[in-house]
Design a protein around this ligand. Structure first.
Ligand code: ZN
Ligand code: ZN
Length: 767
């Protein structure tokens, strides 16, 4: 007696070989019916004998394809209709797509074997892929995920590829980007002296140029990389100079895991992260000295090859450790269009290795590390985006536009929170353009009408993201305070809406409720009821406002102005430059001086006292420098950082630093005592507040919590206290996680109406 059921599968189930998997499963269980990609996931109808149906549903749940991620399976009994075979039906297009788009996938083992098999028609073909691997987000131009909606639509399949594409028994059945050397795109190499056509020949030439010390622009999945031999100090130095990148570390690509192991210390967890399908850049302690790659930094960022092209380059003899940095000039977003790359990178790269397949959108490499509380993503992009990171209960669609630094966007559709790839710092014109493109992209991808959107932005009236948000139309935009958004991002990742927590946001810069620069805030509350600020760092002044983030001595002036009896900081051992005196003058006259509670700036002040008196060349540099200094010393007695009347008082902390500097104490020990003092003071405050407020969960977020030594100290100190610590994992603790928190708070109405100030600002910028 035949039975039937209809099944709907939601999650990452399109473009990951799900339909062929269903087809084979149905055949194996002698079932008839069909499968198709619907707008809300994969839809299946099966009929046949009851045991076969049961086995089918069981295997569907337990053995999905490797790249699939099932969020939900609905099974309903249905009436058999008398079908006698199982087919894969054409995709349906209905009102609104809520399927998830798969992130890009690294080349799979099967394709890699074929890539290096001389008998295989795709031998050495850099665009080899199958349903288990290859590009997704970076080739999709529309939904549903079918070939005509990808950047591969210009390459019609030849008979060989076509046969595999239509063979349900093939790994390439409905593999949308499928191609072979005969019918698909190829790579070429361009330099001033030569043009080499053909993938194999151009890859060989590229490998040779890299060995000779050249800098190459290499087109990848989500944009161009600049590559050079990491062991060639002259090439690395030339790259720094041409890219205007003075000190910020370069990412590396190691040819395989063994080479990576020789390069950095990898825990089991770090190896798993390195080998995960996102193939992120993983930060880990360096074991090798590579001059110029990460100056003054004892960590290196390493990733493994993830495209067939990378494997081909190494197989063709490219140096086994390559610098692989996003192709851009300092602070611009990654280049991804060919003309743009040739134009912008002309003065940087000696040669270009360019593939013909267009890139649908720019997606940088992701950056992650295994931290004190487990894996944490510091830059969320390729391999993760645009995956959903949370389920937010909201009937309305929400677009949260993030912060101006390390910008990302979050779109909530049907309760799923999709977080965009890292966009960058919006102060740069190219990044602002990328931001606008990504807004349009996300909205159209999920077919949300702008008029139906709730747009959420930071409460900073002068943010460019704020200015853009108010132009998006639709309903009245709403604002969420920066540090509350940080805190909410931790809770949103966990789906904790009602839980009351003690939240700590230690950050560089954010616009506070009172218009001052916040960044050392302690809140109590929940996402659903909002967060009340109950304590903070003692307020200091910040001459020059946000611009002071560039100059640690400027921040130092603002903090030290509150200390009694300062020594002459122009003299040895401090040797502060003139800028310090100018900053003091601003404070004295109360010109362009703003109150601040920023822990980021407190770190800058301490770093200045310890010798970092120059300009920083990338965000957070001085604090990272201080952390490294502290790491190199053994644990020592903490400096006092007392908590009273809702204020953490930085004065004794800085006074101790000055005193010990004058006494000639080892700077590493001073840095360690400063860091430990900060942790101890915070810990005492947390214990006191938890007792008073009857709380046992502390959530930590904000850019300062990228400081692993701080997290380690807090973990140790709070271990004996029965207090649980929650931190970010799926989105960055830095401003890259802000948009998720904004979306969560807006979903629960914990936001304010956008101010008119923002609107007038907008008129200035967009007139
Ligand atoms: Zn594959
Ligand atoms: Zn072909």
């Amino acid at each position: 007696m035949a039975s039937a059921c209809s099944i709907r599968v939601r999650g990452v189930v399109q473009g990951v070989g799900f339909r062929p998997f269903v087809y084979r499963l149905a055949r194996a269980n002698t079932l008839a019916g069909w499968v198709l990609n619907g707008e809300e996931g994969v839809e299946i109808f099966v009929e046949g004998a009851q045991p076969g149906l049961q086995a089918f549903v069981q295997d569907l749940k337990t053995q999905p394809p490797p790249a699939a991620s099932i969020a939900q399976i609905e099974v309903h009994a249905a009436a058999p209709v008398g079908l006698n075979e199982f087919t894969i039906r054409e995709s349906q297009h209905r009102e609104r797509p809520t399927v998830r788009i798969s992130p890009d996938l690294p080349v799979c083992d099967d394709c890699r074997k074929e890539l290096f098999d001389p008998a295989d028609p795709r031998y050495c073909y850099p665009y080899i892929n199958c349903t288990n691997c290859g590009p997704r987000y970076t080739v999709i131009v529309g939904l549903p995920y079918d070939r005509h909606n990808t950047t591969m639509k210009h390459w019609p399949l030849d008979d060989y590829c076509d046969a595999q594409y239509h063979d349900p028994g093939s790994r390439r059945f409905h593999a949308q980007p499928v191609a072979c050397p005969k019918c698909g795109p190829s790579y070429s190499l361009f330099s001033d002296v030569a043009i080499v056509h053909g993938s194999a020949a151009s890859v060989r030439k590229a490998a040779q140029l890299l060995n000779d010390g050249s800098i190459l622009a290499v087109k990848g999945l989500g944009g161009y990389h600049l590559a050079c031999d990491a062991r060639n100090a002259a090439a690395v130095a030339a790259l720094r100079e041409r890219k205007y990148r003075r000190e910020k570390p370069f990412a590396l690509m190691a040819s395989d895991i063994d080479v990576a192991r020789g390069l950095v210390e990898l825990s089991e967890e770090a190896e798993a992260l390195l080998l995960s399908t996102a193939r992120p850049i993983v930060l880990a302690p360096a074991k090798t000295e590579l001059p110029g790659v990460a100056p003054g930094n004892d960590e290196l960022g390493v990733m493994l090859p993830y495209t067939p092209l990378h494997h081909l380059l190494f197989a063709a003899g490219a140096p086994e450790i390559l610098v692989m940095t996003s192709a851009n000039r300092s602070s611009e977003p990654i280049a991804y269009e060919d003309d743009e790359a040739l134009d912008r990178l002309g003065g940087i790269a000696d040669a270009f290795l360019i593939g013909e397949r267009p890139i649908a959108r720019r997606v940088d490499d992701s950056v992650a590390r295994v931290g004190t509380f487990g894996p944490v993503i510091l830059r969320r992009a390729r391999g993760y985006a645009p995956g959903a990171v949370a389920t937010i209960p909201s009937a309305c669609s929400i677009l949260a536009v993030g912060a101006d630094l390390k910008n990302s966007l979050t779109l909530v559709v049907d309760g799923q929170a999709f977080v965009s790839q890292h966009i960058g710092d919006l102060g740069d014109y190219q990044s602002l353009r990328a931001f606008q493109e990504t807004v349009r992209d996300l909205i159209s991808m999920y077919e949300v009408r702008p008029a139906d959107l709730i747009v959420v932005h930071d409460s900073h009236p002068q943010y460019l993201s704020t200015a853009h948000a108010v132009t998006l139309g639709g309903r009245q935009p709403v604002a969420v305070q920066h540090h509350r958004a940080h805190l909410a991002s931790v809770l949103a990742e966990r789906g904790e809406w009602e839980t009351r927590v003690l939240g700590v946001t230690f950050d560089g810069t954010g616009y506070g409720d009172d218009g001052s620069i916040w960044g050392g805030e302690i809140f109590v509350g929940s996402v659903s009821t909002g967060f009340e600020r109950i304590a903070h760092l003692r307020s200091a002044s910040l001459p020059g406002g946000d611009a002071a983030a560039q100059y640690p001595v400027q921040a130092a002036a603002g903090f030290l102005a509150q200390l009694d009896g300062q020594p002459n900081l122009i003299a040895i051992p401090f040797s502060f430059p003139q800028r310090y005196l100018n900053a003091l003058e601003l404070i004295r006259k109360d010109v362009r001086t703003f109150p601040t509670t920023s822990i980021g700036r407190l770190f800058d002040a301490a770093a200045a006292l310890l010798g970092f008196t120059r300009e920083v060349t990338f965000e957070g540099q001085a604090a990272m420098w201080l952390e490294q200094l502290a790491r190199s010393a053994a644990l020592t007695e903490p400096y006092p950082f007392p908590f009273a009347s809702g204020e953490l008082d930085f004065r004794p902390l800085l006074q101790s630093v000055i005193r010990d500097r004058l006494l000639g104490r080892d700077r590493r020990k001073i840095a360690r005592a400063f860091q430990r003092g900060l942790s101890q003071g915070l810990c005492d405050a947390l214990v006191a507040i938890c007792q008073m407020q009857n709380l046992d969960i502390v959530a930590l977020s904000g850019g300062v919590f990228q400081n692993e030594l701080l997290l380690q100290d807090l973990k140790t100190l709070l271990e004996t206290e029965r207090i649980e610590i929650w931190t970010n994992h799926a989105v960055p603790p830095n401003d890259g996680g802000i948009s998720l928190g904004q979306a969560a708070l807006a979903a629960f109405g914990q936001c304010e109406r956008s101010t008119e100030m923002a609107r007038s600002q907008d008129e200035n910028n967009y007139a």
